[in-house]
Design a protein around this ligand. Structure first.
Ligand code: F6P
Length: 512
C-alpha cells in the first residue's frame, strides 16, 4: 500500500457510519444512490437500473472512495486495461477481453473481429446444414470455458433454441452420460472448449465423447468436432480439422472468454444476431465504464460498496440472488469471475496485501432462496451484503400474477433487511426480532434479453477489475489453482510423498 492509499483508507475508517434508516432521512437518497446504463434497442432506450440506496454508501464514503480510487490510479489502470497494455504483470500479458467487443489496441480489435467473422461463418454454415443435420451440441469445457456458455445458453434459450446445447464440465462421467442420454449421436456435434487445450477434465471428456459417437455408428466422429481454443495448433494435433478450429487470443482470460469463440455454443443455440446483441450490451457498459469518472462510474461505485463491506465492515461473503429463473446460473458464473480474479494474498508487486481481498461470492435464485437461506440473512450473526437482480419484463407468458409475486418478494426482502422489526404481537420476543440495517443493492433490468445479459456480465467484469485496482492486486492470473493439479498428476504417476491421511484415502479407494 502506498502512503496515499493508506491515507485514503485511514480517512475512510474515520468516517461516521449512519444506519440505513438514518441515511434515508435524505429525501434525494434514492436518486443520488441510483444510476442507469442504457443502450438503444428496437423499441427505444433500454437498460439496467443500479440502486445502491439500501447500502451504507453515503456522500462522505463516496468522496472517500473517490480519493482511494485516485490514489490507486484507477484512471491510469483503466486506460491500461482498455488499451491492451500488459496489465497482467505476473504473466506478462494484456487482458484483452474488451477487444472482443471493440475496445482495445487496434490490432487486437481487428484480430477479434476477424476471428468472430470466422466463428459466424461456421455457425451459419451449421445452421444451413453444411455439416449435416445438427440438432444437439455437447459443449465440453470447464471453468471459464463452461460457466459463461452454460449461463448464456440457459438464460437465452427459453424462447429460441436453434440447437439443443448441453454443457458438460465435470470429469465425473455421470455428467457426460447425462448429456449422451439427452442427445441423438447421429445429429450431435461436439465442441471442445479449452483455452490451453490441455485441461485434463476437458480432454478426457472429449475423448469419451468421440468414442460415444464412434460406438453409436457415426462414421467420421472427428468430423463432428469443433475446437474453441487459444492453442489452435494443439487442437489440430489432437485431430480437429483446421476448418473447425475457432481460435481466440492468448490475451483473453478464461473467465473473460464468453465473448470470444468460447461463445460458439451461445451463437449456435440462439443465432448470430443474438450473440451480436450480447456483445452490443457489453459494449454499452464498456463505454460507460470508459467514459465516466468517480462515483458516476457505476462499475466503480459497485466496487466502492464491495470494499466498504469487506474491509470496513468485515463481511466475509457477499450474496447475489437473481429473482429470475433465467439467471439461476449467474451466481455460479460470478463465483469464478470474482473469486478466481480477486481471491489473492499478494499485490501486483508481490507484497502481502494488508487487508481482506475478495469476499466469498454465493447466492441463488429468488424466491427459492427465501425459503432456504434467507433466515441467516435476516437474523444470523453475519452481515451479508446482498445484490438482488430482477427484470421488469417477465420471462414467462403465464398469468402476470407470477411475475408480480416474484418482483414484490424481491423488493420486500430488501425492504425487510433494511427496516428490521419484531414479528411478535407484543413486539418483544427476541426470537422474532429482526435487527435490520442489513444492506442490499438492487439491479433492475428493463428486460432480460441478450443485450442485457451481455451488459450484466460486462458490468461484473469491470466491477471485479475496479475492486482489484482498489486493492492493488492483479485480477488476471490464477496461480492458486495449480498446486492441487500438480499433486493430482503426481498421484496419478505414482510420484510424490504425501501425508498419511492422503495415502490412507488413496489406499482405501484402490488408488494407492
Ligand atoms: O484451473 C483453472 C482454470 O485454468 C481456469 O482459469 C480456466 O477457466 C479453466 O481452468 C479451464 O481452462 P482451459 O480453458 O484452458 O481448459
Amino acid at each position: 500500500m502506498t502512503d496515499t492509499t493508506a491515507a485514503a483508507w485511514k480517512h475512510l475508517e474515520a468516517l461516521a457510519q449512519p444506519t440505513l434508516v438514518e441515511l434515508f432521512a435524505d429525501e434525494n437518497r434514492v436518486e443520488a444512490m441510483s444510476g442507469r446504463i442504457e443502450w438503444r434497442a428496437e423499441e427505444g432506450e433500454t437498460g439496467i437500473l443500479f440502486d445502491w440506496s439500501k447500502t451504507h454508501l453515503s456522500d462522505d464514503l463516496l468522496s472517500g472512495f473517490e480519493a482511494l480510487a485516485e490514489a490507486s490510479d484507477f484512471t491510469g489502470k483503466r486506460a491500461a486495461l482498455l488499451s491492451g497494455a500488459k496489465i497482467n504483470v505476473t504473466e506478462g500479458r494484456a487482458a484483452e477481453h474488451t477487444a472482443q467487443r471493440g475496445t482495445g489496441a487496434e490490432a487486437s480489435v481487428e484480430e477479434a473481429e476477424a476471428l468472430q467473422l470466422r466463428m459466424q461463418m461456421l455457425v451459419e454454415a451449421i445452421h444451413e446444414g453444411a455439416l449435416g443435420q445438427v440438432n444437439h451440441l455437447i459443449h465440453i469445457g470447464i471453468g471459464g470455458s463452461a460457466l459463461g456458455p452454460a449461463l448464456a445458453v440457459d438464460a437465452l434459450t427459453r424462447d429460441l433454441k436453434l440447437v439443443d446445447v448441453h454443457v458438460v464440465s465435470n470429469i465425473d462421467g455421470v455428467a457426460l452420460e447425462e448429456a449422451f442420454a439427452a442427445c441423438d449421436p447421429a445429429t450431435t456435434m461436439i465442441a471442445v472448449a479449452s483455452k490451453t487445450f490441455t485441461t485434463i477434465e476437458t480432454m478426457t471428456n472429449a475423448e469419451s465423447a468421440l468414442k460415444w459417437l464412434k460406438d453409436n455408428g457415426v462414421s467420421d466422429p472427428s468430423g463432428r468436432v469443433v475446437a474453441l481454443t487459444a492453442s489452435p495448433e494443439k487442437a489440430v494435433e489432437w485431430g480437429v480439422d483446421e476448418t473447425r478450429v475457432l481460435p481466440f487470443s492468448e490475451s483473453v482470460g478464461g473467465r473473460y472468454s464468453i465473448w470470444s469463440s468460447i461463445g460458439f455454443p451461445v451463437a449456435l443455440a440462439v443465432g448470430w444476431d443474438e450473440f451480436s446483441a450480447m456483445l452490443a450490451g457489453a459494449r454499452a457498459v464498456e463505454e460507460h465504464f470508459r467514459d465516466t469518472d468517480g462515483r458516476d462510474n457505476l462499475c466503480l461505485r459497485a466496487a466502492f460498496a464491495d470494499q466498504y463491506y469487506t474491509r470496513l465492515r468485515g463481511c466475509q461473503t457477499r450474496a447475489v440472488f437473481a429473482y429470475d429463473e433465467r439467471l439461476s446460473l449467474f451466481p455460479d458464473y460470478l463465483q469464478q469471475l470474482e473469486m478466481e480474479s480477486n481471491g489473492k494474498r499478494v499485490t501486483s508487486g508481490g507484497e502481502p496485501v494488508d487487508g481482506p481481498t475478495a469476499p466469498i461470492t454465493w447466492g441463488g435464485v429468488g424466491t427459492d432462496a427465501q425459503h432456504a437461506v434467507f433466515q441467516l440473512l435476516h437474523q444470523g450473526t453475519h452481515l451479508v451484503p446482498v445484490d438482488f437482480i430482477a427484470s421488469i419484463a417477465p420471462g414467462d407468458a403465464l398469468d402476470p400474477a407470477h411475475h408480480a409475486i416474484l418482483l414484490t418478494n424481491c423488493f420486500a426482502q430488501g425492504a425487510a433487511l433494511m427496516a428490521g422489526g419484531n414479528m411478535a404481537k407484543d413486539g418483544k420476543d427476541p426470537a422474532r426480532a429482526f435487527p435490520g440495517d442489513r444492506p442490499s443493492a438492487t439491479i433492475l433490468c428493463d428486460d432480460l434479453d441478450a443485450a442485457t445479459l451481455g451488459a450484466l456480465i460486462a458490468f461484473h467484469e469491470h466491477r471485479t477489475f475496479a475492486n482489484a485496482v482498489l486493492m492493488g492486486i492483479n485480477p488476471f492470473d490464477q496461480f492458486g489453482v495449480e498446486l492441487g493439479k500438480k499433486m493430482a498428476k503426481e498421484i496419478e504417476a505414482g510420484e510424490g510423498d504425501f501425508d498419511a491421511s492422503t495415502k490412507a484415502l488413496l489406499e482405501k479407494s484402490g488408488l494407492g
